[in-house]
Design a protein around this ligand. Structure first.
Ligand code: FAD
Length: 484
């Protein structure tokens, strides 16, 4: 199947991925390229850009899930949008292969320029039980599912009489002590405390939050004293912080933790909820291209954001963001490269768009150079930590800085207002602790209603073993978590 499109014959700037980089590149170029007779095409399996820094707040219910994403159709009006995944790129023939999101037949898409902006995926390790029982915090669907899971477990525990099962339901484990992990565990703890206080059958002290970090410190983005302050802060909220500790197994939701580096047994316990936030890796789709890839799986680019191999820059090929190894000309970064964060992704996108446009007129390109401004993190209402250009903040000033920064950084006015309205409303109404259950089996109630009427209890008890199942029992549907 090939898409029927009025744009097919026009020279295309193909943007692979509509996240931070893809959205900003398209916003900057769509009009210019269209006026020049070309077309910008964004291919992404999702119809929106996800503002990932808001995922912990979506999980904790201070931001509505839909408000933390930027819909492509609404904001990229002059861009051709294709909902699918690029599965391979052959730059020699200037062709990409696209797999439609609905599972349809793959098709080829010719282009003139390509911008590789496919971001990163959660980095995991081969730990038994992790794939079956863990969940990440990288997509809006995961944030929604985590929220529902935490609230559901609190409800389930409140009517559980077996103490071991009750404790298991109320134990929440987050692996990874970076920004994402710390924001996730603190936001969830804040929400869980509110939910537990609303439930007279529970005691807040029964909640158990465990942070597992393999290194000897957390939050490398802030200074050592700030990192130590964060640990103290977490412990003051009864969050267990286990440094130099790693998850060895999670089979059947039984957590086996080991000490690092000697790998002796640290702790064993059961937990219904396991959230994995231990880093990211470049999107592996780039391995199915003819572009140079560095040992960490990233596309190699020069400081001007052109993809660059051993023979120099490759014409009409660009990359930025988490998927690319962008040299950090400020002398900061890790091993000389920019760290994967939104601060860089956004600025690289703008530089990339300007350079791509300049290349059309053989104008000189400008190198990307940005000195890290620092970091801001929210830990639940009125709590946070920040390091802004070397100035450290803690508590409510840091939390205000976090909200101020991200409120402004959220792309497009329309989305900014939605997020700021959510914050404003929740200041008066309090945190929303509503769980939306059964999102993974939305047809169950209808199937129960539309199926055969249930038999009277006495008769059905006497039924033979091979009689059809009771239609009132919701049927489990094979729908992915978070699907609506
Ligand atoms: C929980 C969390 C909190 C964070 N907090 C912060 C923060 O406070 N500050 C900060 O600076 N950074 C933060 N980050 C990091 C930041 O969000 C990323 O660095 C940034 O999103 C990278 O932008 P990107 O465009 O490279 O990738 P992304 O924004 O991830 O976009 C990649 C896009 O590519 C699409 N895609 C994937 N595969 C394909 C394919 N095969 N074909 C086509 N499209 C594809 C994806 O659907 C996605 O839309 C956080 C990240 C997380 C997960």
């Amino acid at each position: 199947m090939a898409p029927t499109s009025q744009f097919l014959d026009r020279p295309r700037v193909l943007v692979v991925g509509g996240g931070y980089v893809g959205l900003y590149v398209a916003l900057r170029l769509q009009k210019k390229i269209a006026n020049a007779g070309g077309i910008v095409t964004v291919v992404d399996p999702l119809p929106y850009m996800t503002y990932q820094p808001f995922l912990p707040e979506v999980a904790a219910g201070t931001i509505e899930a839909r408000h933390a994403v930027v819909p492509h159709r609404k904001h990229l009006r002059q861009t051709e949008l294709i909902q699918g995944s690029v599965t391979s790129i052959d730059h020699k023939s200037r062709t990409a292969v696209v797999a439609p999101a609905d599972g349809g037949e793959h098709f080829e898409l010719p282009y003139f320029d390509v911008v590789v902006a496919a971001g990163s995926i959660t980095r995991t390790f081969p730990i038994k039980g992790l794939a079956e029982n863990g969940i990440g915090m990288k997509t809006i669907e995961e944030a929604v599912a985590v929220r529902n899971q935490v609230l559901d477990r609190i409800e389930a525990a409140s009517i559980e009489t077996d103490p071991a099962m009750r404790q298991r339901a109320l134990t929440f484990v987050v692996v990874g002590g970076g920004f994402a992990g710390i924001e996730t565990i603190t936001e969830l703890e804040d929400m869980a405390r509110t939910a537990a206080k609303q439930n007279p059958r529970l005691n807040v002290a029964e909640l158990r939050f465990v942070l597992v970090e393999a290194m000897g410190r957390i939050m490398p983005e802030v200074t050592q004293p700030q990192s130590e302050w964060v640990i103290e802060h977490l412990r003051s909220r009864n969050i267990e912080v286990l440094l130099n500790t790693s998850l060895a197994s999670a089979v059947d939701n039984h957590m086996s933790l080991i000490n690092m580096p000697d790998k002796t047994v640290a702790q064993e316990f059961d937990a219904d909820t396991l959230i994995w936030t231990a880093g990211v890796q470049a999107n592996p789709m780039v391995r199915s291209t003819d572009f140079p890839i560095d040992p960490r799986g990233r596309v190699q680019v020069g400081a001007d954001l052109r993809i660059t191999g051993e023979f120099g820059a490759i014409q009409n090929a660009w990359a930025a963001g988490d998927v690319a190894a962008v040299p950090d000309l400020t002398g900061g970064g890790v091993a000389g490269f920019c760290v994967p964060n939104a601060q860089h992704a956004l600025r690289q996108a703008k530089r990339l768009a300007s350079n791509l446009w300049a290349s059309r007129f053989d104008k000189p390109l400008t190198d990307y150079k940005h000195k890290n401004l620092g970091a801001v993190a929210g830990f639940g209402e009125w709590k946070g930590v920040a390091n802004i250009m070397g100035v450290g903040l803690k508590g409510w000033p840091a939390w205000l800085a976090h909200r101020g920064y991200h409120g402004l950084a959220m792309p497009t006015f329309e989305r900014k207002w939605r997020v700021i309205s959510d914050w404003f409303i929740s200041m008066f109404t309090g945190r929303d602790t509503t769980a939306l259950l059964d999102l993974d089996r939305p047809r169950a109630a209808f199937r129960a209603a539309a199926g055969p009427a249930p038999k009277p209890a006495a008769k059905s008890a006497a039924k033979s073993a091979d009689a059809p199942a009771d239609a009132s029992a919701p049927a489990k549907e094979e729908v992915p978590v978070g699907a609506k």
